[in-house]
Design a protein around this ligand. Structure first.
Ligand code: ATP
Length: 238
């Protein structure tokens, strides 16, 4: 579905993504975990066409998508759910979903399906999106993306700022999305939650991939346990 080779990207003179290579196969949930400032958001934004590719290769279903504007990426089936739940705050929940599905001729059916999947949104259909709780806004941001029927969903830190109970609920939903023929690239600082639902994972440190493997294996990896799963002191020399 997605193949990235030796990707470099950044801002001005600041190189943030440094020679990253990874892939996401059709139907997989792949997690990309890393600490603050590792370059996760920059990497996702570069894939989505919101930042320029400095060098390297990026292909979506075999097609070179370097330099492709974000709106065209959406037409190709790749949708980014950005960090910070950027919902349309002044619009109702329903109108946010209508916008998400504006190109989808079956959007009404798909919206009904989303409201069944996220009952909390259903109860709040006419509520202004900006007044929803953080968890509800995150659900809306994901539902709005799904109404556009993406094939590849790029999720940027969906757990950010959410209570642990809401994170579990949200991640269970993301896991269940697989049934909808969806491929997911999940970027997370919350390695515990991400590794629970992912098939495979990559660890990104200062812009480079330092570890990769089966999500279960990575969960047991001593370095991951020490740095990301709270079992040891972060930053401790090994
Ligand atoms: P977090 O988990 O804290 O969101 P991240 O892994 O997503 O972090 P990025 O947001 O990609 O990391 O940031 C990586 C580096 O790029 C940081 O040093 C950050 O200061 C820098 N950076 C991010 N956005 C910009 C920008 N618009 N201009 C200049 N530097 C930026």
């Amino acid at each position: 579905m997605l193949k990235v080779r030796n990707l470099y990207a950044g801002y001005g003179h600041l190189e943030v993504v440094r020679g990253v290579s990874f892939h996401v196969a059709l139907g997989e949930i792949v997690a990309l975990v890393g600490a603050n400032g590792a370059g996760k958001t920059t990497l996702l934004r570069t894939l989505a066409g919101l930042q320029p590719v400095w060098s390297g290769e990026v292909s979506l279903q075999g097609r070179d998508i370097r330099g492709m504007p974000a709106w065209r990426g959406i037409l190709q089936g790749m949708t980014l759910v950005p960090e910070g739940r950027l919902v349309f705050a002044d619009m109702s929940v329903m109108d946010n979903l209508m916008v998400g599905g504006y190109r989808n001729p079956d959007r009404r059916t798909d919206i009904a399906e989303m409201l069944a999947l996220f009952p909390r949104l259903d109860e709040r259909r006419q509520q202004q999106a900006g007044t929803l709780s953080g968890g509800e806004q995150q659900m809306l941001a994901i539902a709005r993306a799904l109404v556009g029927r993406p094939r590849l969903l790029l999720l940027d830190e969906p757990s950010m700022g959410l209570a642990p109970r809401i994170v579990s609920e949200l991640f269970r939903l993301i896991h269940d999305l697989r049934r909808k023929d969806l491929t997911v690239l999940l970027v997370e600082q919350n390695a515990v939650a991400a590794l629970q639902i992912a098939d495979r994972a990559y660890v990104l440190e200062t812009g480079a991939i330092t570890l990769e493997g089966d999500a279960n294996e990575l969960r047991d990896h001593p370095e991951v346990r020490r740095a990301y799963l709270g079992q040891g002191t972060i930053g401790e020399e090994s």
